[in-house]
Design a protein around this ligand. Structure first.
Ligand code: SF4
Length: 247
């Protein structure tokens, strides 16, 4: 069993004092091994934000069994792509093959409209934000469900990506059928762990795009071996909180 080192972090979020206690890997690891810790941090940030919104009489519309948002592009941090590929590889057969087929079918559908290459071109050319957002919406319009969506529920809920954990709406659930900024009201998170790590931890594999769209994760991992440096868990954690304080 790998050794862990305890870590303790105190911070104030939405005016509330928060204390986080972790066990971080003692040995040097890539950020993939930090995901259980990042999931815990993310869950605490989201739960604190939800408590504030509910106290302000806003209701969260998201419920188990509603997978409307699981047809949008899910931006994975580069190192999350390796985790997602490993989650798929660990599935028992015949589920593993079925999930891999769903990834392949989703890529084929998006490739038919050259969705990814058009996005990469836009980012390379510095296309304005509204046009890029409209392009992201065109992904949703293809009606491609996430390969992990089963019976409108997330089949990998405990290990789902950071971005999925942060997506909560207060607008009526039916508005998510047309997820434009005018229709959908999100919970405003003060700190989005998914965005912080996408900016902070990336390698030269990632250029203009700061993330790997979920459905391309398996293809992407095959072409790009993990080249992250290895550091002790407490050093990754220090970097994370330092960046959070001074982005
Ligand atoms: S990983 Fe789960 S929560 Fe995220 S988009 Fe897929 S099904 Fe939905």
């Amino acid at each position: 069993m790998s050794k862990t080192t305890p870590a303790n972090v105190k911070l104030t979020l939405y005016g509330k004092p928060i204390e986080l206690e972790f066990s971080t890997p003692t040995e040097k690891v890539t950020p993939v091994a930090m995901l259980p810790t990042l999931h815990r941090i993310n869950n605490t940030f989201v739960e604190t934000a939800v408590a504030v919104f509910v106290a302000d009489h806003e209701t969260i519309s998201c419920q188990a069994g509603c997978g409307a948002c699981c047809r949008q592009v899910v931006p994975l941090a580069e190192f999350e792509a390796y985790q997602i590929a490993s989650v798929v590889e660990q599935l028992p057969e015949p589920r593993r093959s079925a999930v891999k087929q769903r990834f392949a079918d989703a890529c084929e559908k998006l490739d038919a409209i050259q969705w990814l290459s058009r996005l990469e071109r836009m980012l390379e050319q510095g296309t304005n934000h509204e046009v890029v957002e409209a392009h992201a919406l065109s992904y949703f319009q293809q009606g491609v469900p996430c390969p992990f969506l089963e019976a409108e529920s997330c089949s990998i809920h405990p290990v789902r990506p950071l971005a999925c954990r942060e997506y909560l709406v207060t607008s009526p659930a039916e508005h998510c059928q047309n997820p434009t900024p005018e229709h959908v009201r999100h919970i405003e998170l003060k700190f989005q762990v998914s965005k912080i790590v996408r900016k902070l931890w990336r390698t030269s594999h990632i250029k203009d795009l700061d993330s790997v769209p979920m459905i391309y994760a398996l293809q992407w991992v095959k072409k790009h071996p993990n080249q992250f440096p290895k550091k002790r868990g407490q050093d990754w954690l220090r970097e994370f909180f330092d960046y959070m304080a001074n982005p």
